[in-house]
Design a protein around this ligand. Structure first.
Ligand code: PLP
Length: 398
């Protein structure tokens, strides 16, 4: 397809894939712009004004983040995104732990940025427990308690799931980990800016975030390491000694400025935005729920206000995404590899049967969505489902 055609299609599409990525806020772009070509110095150059200005921007960004998140700036490390932060924490804790502490506990529904790291560490001798979830996507607190042993180095449990929006009971999980004296890492990439932070930074020892999920730039993220947990991980990116030797490499000043601005802006309006998006999400959920054979995945659990995951019986998931993709940007959690398309590991873990898991849609709303878009999207989904079912003999002959 030609670039011009793709551009036209994009402009005419309704974007409902905010959990995949978000557009940068205009104010974020404006804040970043000077640091590309005017104030372009290296923040580590401490002998001239170019460097001083860059390090001022770095300091201000760290200060702003520390204020809005309610943590010390020494507890924050800038990374290239949540994937790097997950790698750094899990690998870093595993490497720092004494050899007998080689046990990691996680869940079957984590993002691949956690699961693939755990799989990799298994090859290096780690023992990993993958906690199951119930049909709403929630882990059992009893199973967590039982899984923790003397060997456990780290518990990794995400706050909000990227596919279903389902929230794990992090306060109770934290209480168990504290009681057992085990470190807790929570991937809060999808939660930030969508729900209240509450006591999050008291609950966890480590956390990760990503700017591009919260109307900031791609390629920059955060790692939170509580002061008391600093000595429990080692960095795997050396060179240059930046960030208290925790993550070497020249500071990405435009990215860091953008990250800090995006987080500050969006936390300020989080409650109001979430209320509006939840109303939209519920409208879509109610309307799609009226279609025969539609189930809401994780619908009974506490969820992110912007996220809806539905499975639609009697349609081919790939065909549905292809048809919808002409007009609406949504996604599903299936993973393509060269041999086949696999159903979402998240839905599979929740017990969703494979054909239904393949026929799932994740609709994730964001602050630029409008009432009209919501109504149009519902109409298009309903129409596409009806068209596909009309051609499906299993539906017509049922
Ligand atoms: N964790 C979760 C829950 C996510 O949704 C994502 C992105 O989809 C990531 C981690 C990875 O984030 P990044 O794109 O910043 O590497």
């Amino acid at each position: 397809m030609q670039l011009a055609v793709r551009n036209r299609k994009m402009k005419n599409s309704i974007y409902l894939d905010y959990n995949a990525t978000t557009p940068c806020d205009k104010e974020v772009v404006e804040a970043m712009l000077p640091y590309f070509s005017d104030t372009f110095g290296n923040a580590s150059s401490q002998h001239h004004a170019f460097g001083w200005l860059a390090s001022d921007a770095l300091e201000q960004s760290a200060h702003s983040l520390s204020k809005v998140l309610g943590v010390s700036s020494n507890e924050l490390v800038f990374t290239s995104g949540a994937t790097e932060s997950c790698n750094a924490i899990i690998k870093g804790v595993f490497e720092a732990a004494s050899p007998h502490k080689n046990h990691i506990i996680t869940t079957l529904t984590e993002h691949k940025a956690v699961l693939d790291v755990c799989k990799q560490l298994e090859k290096k001798g780690a023992k990993v427990t993958y906690l199951e979830v119930d049909n709403q996507g929630i882990i059992s607190l009893d199973a967590l308690k039982k899984a923790i042993t003397e060997q456990t180095a780290l518990v990794c449990i995400m706050w909000a799931n990227n596919e279903t929006g389902v929230l794990q009971p992090l306060d109770s999980i934290s209480a168990i980990c504290k009681n057992k004296g085990v470190l807790l890492f929570s991937d809060a990439t999808q939660a930030l800016g969508k729900i209240k932070l509450d006591s999050f930074f008291n609950w966890v020892d480590f956390a990760c975030f990503s700017a591009h999920k919260i109307y900031g730039p791609k390629g920059v993220g955060l790692l939170f390491s509580k002061k008391s947990a600093h000595s429990h991980w080692v960095s795997f990116i050396q060179g240059g000694g930046q960030q208290r030797k925790l993550r070497g490499g020249t500071y990405n000043i435009p990215g860091i400025v953008g990250l800090a601005k995006a987080i500050a802006l969006n936390l300020k309006t989080q409650e109001e935005t979430s209320q509006r998006l939840e109303k939209f999400r519920n409208q879509i959920e109610n309307k799609l729920g009226q279609i025969e054979g539609v189930q809401v995945n994780g619908g009974l659990a506490d969820r992110l206000p912007n996220t809806l995951n539905v499975s639609i019986a009697y349609v081919d998931g790939e065909q549905l995404l292809n048809v919808l993709g002409q007009e609406i940007a949504v996604s599903n959690g299936s993973a393509c590899n060269s041999a086949s398309v696999q159903p979402s590991h998240v839905l599979t873990a929740m017990g969703v049967e494979s054909t239904l898991a393949m026929a799932s849609l994740r609709i994730s709303l964001g602050k630029f969505n409008t009432q009209i878009e919501v109504e149009q999207a519902v109409d298009r989904i309903k129409q596409s489902v009806a068209n596909l079912r009309a051609k499906n003999i299993l539906w017509t002959d049922r």
